[in-house]
Write a protein that binds this ligand. Structure first.
Ligand code: T5A
Length: 230
């Protein structure tokens, strides 16, 4: 059983696992793999993403990824990411955690720290937005999927019919700076973050992700034991 954690959103029995990394690192792929594994073991799980996850946040996502807020500047984009996140946390993530669900989220606050931080938005402003948006709901585990920027971009090249989105089209130097910023977060918050080499094939990465979840959140495996018969 998971331990109860208190938060401003009430009793928290589930766990929040966030996936971070550059474009094409394999976050969506690995979240699907982990969700299938947990689901098959009898663990209640929900998959979600940022920006997005709720109707309101998905509307903000469409504006942001189409570049509709680019002309306002990076600080204004950070405000919009935070607004979407606040809705996502309030309406989806916090209730799911109170319900004892494992929430697997494709990007979260580290993406704001990295993308908007490397774009020049001051860290104190980002920290204030993070406090407001999260209301005390923080990740229990963050998996950082690490690939060289060129590898990730090659994986997603030509995928979208309309061409690269607002951030995919940035120069490779910016993508590489983001990669280094994710790795710096992992070093600074080693208790929360695990870096997984995501250059390997998807099955090998999935095994590494599972090892991280099992080691850092042993309640996941424990909760599954009766169902799995292990
Ligand atoms: N953003 C987001 C901010 O600037 N600030 C914020 O606060 C937030 C939350 C979101 C954009 O918004 C920015 C960051 C982003 O630029 P998005 O469409 O959600 O945009 O972009 P991503 O999260 O980067 O999603 P992607 O789909 O581009 O990448 P994934 O999810 O990491 O990769 P995935 O799993 O879709 O895989 C991509 C391709 O690679 C293959 C897959 O089959 C697929 O074709 N693949 C592999 N190939 C070889 N080996 C492996 N191990 C592979 N794993 C997957």
């Amino acid at each position: 059983m998971t331990a109860s954690l208190s938060s401003p959103h009430g009793s928290r029995r589930g766990r929040l696992v966030t996936f971070e990394g550059g474009e094409g690192a394999g976050k969506s792929t690995q979240i699907a793999r982990l969700a299938d594994r947990l689901d098959g073991m009898g663990v209640r799980v929900v998959r979600t993403r940022e920006p997005g996850g709720t109707p309101g946040a998905e509307a903000v996502r469409r504006v942001l990824l189409a570049g509709g807020a680019r002309s306002f500047g990076s600080a204004a984009e950070a405000l919009l990411f935070a607004a979407a996140r606040a809705d996502h946390v309030d309406r989806l993530i916090a209730p799911a955690l109170c319900d004892g669900t494992f929430v697997l989220c494709d990007r979260f606050t580290d993406s704001t720290r990295v993308y908007q931080g490397t774009a020049g938005v001051p860290a104190p402003l980002l920290a204030a937005l993070e406090r407001i948006a999260l209301g005390g709901v923080t990740p229990d585990l963050t998996i950082i999927l690490d690939v060289p920027a060129a590898v990730g971009l090659a994986r997603v090249a030509g995928r979208a019919a309309g061409g690269p989105d607002r951030f995919e089209g940035d120069p490779i130097e910016e993508h590489e700076a983001r990669r280094q910023a994710f790795l710096a977060i992992a070093r600074a918050e080693a208790g929360r973050c695990v870096v997984v080499d995501a250059t390997a094939d998807a099955n090998a990465v999935a095994d590494a992700v599972w090892r991280a979840v099992r080691d850092r959140l042993p309640e996941a495996a424990a909760a599954a034991t009766p169902v799995a018969g292990a």
